[in-house]
Write a protein that binds this ligand. Structure first.
Ligand code: HEC
Length: 153
């Protein structure tokens, strides 16, 4: 468990300077709970919505194992990246009219940036789902505080 925690920390530390939007992945993890009702982060584990594993660079409606995509999404021509995901999450219906994701969007830009910072890490191919989907209890913030506490002694 400790090893997993350190690995997760290393990933976050590595990611932070590269993230243009400065999203906070640990708040993003909380925000993702809303999505987790319909989306898993495990490859090909589809629920109401398609698995989001490997999302960046994927064609919208392009996951072969998910068979219930709307025609609207499949024919949208979107490739998922920071920008397209930001506008999808702002207002899915405006970006892809007639899509079938029952979700109104997130109007708060900060929350979207946090969510995308989390998702970008968690959906990267090769990140073990245990890390990606670890629940928020203590989570990374807790671990950080734990480590800082240890340094002081
Ligand atoms: C109530 C269920 C539900 C919720 C909640 C939900 N989604 Fe979805 N999502 C779907 C469905 C269904 C689709 C497929 C839509 C279509 O085919 O038109 C989808 C599609 C997507 C896609 C496109 C995937 C692809 O393979 O092209 C992304 C990205 C996405 N959702 C992200 C999110 C995020 C992030 C959240 C949380 C903020 C979220 N969704 C919340 C059901 C949901």
């Amino acid at each position: 468990m400790r090893k997993l925690g350190l690995l997760a920390l290393a990933i976050v530390a590595f990611q932070t300077p590269a993230s243009a939007q400065q999203g906070d992945a640990s708040s993003g993890r909380q925000a993702f709970r809303v999505c987790a009702a319909c989306h898993s982060l495990e490859p090909d584990r589809n629920m109401t919505g398609p698995s989001l594993a490997g999302l960046w660079g994927r064609k919208a409606g392009g996951l072969a194992s998910f068979e219930r995509y709307s025609d609207a999404l499949k024919s949208s021509g979107i490739i998922w990246d920071d920008r397209s995901l930001d506008s999808w999450l702002t207002d899915p219906d405006r970006m892809v009219p007639d899509n079938e994701m029952p979700f109104n969007g997130i109007k708060d830009a900060r929350m979207r940036a946090d969510l995308l910072a989390f998702l970008k890490e968690a959906t990267r191919p090769g990140v073990p789902p245990q890390i990606a989907q670890q629940d928020g209890k203590g989570g990374m913030g807790g671990m950080m505080r734990g480590m800082m506490g240890a340094e002081r002694t």
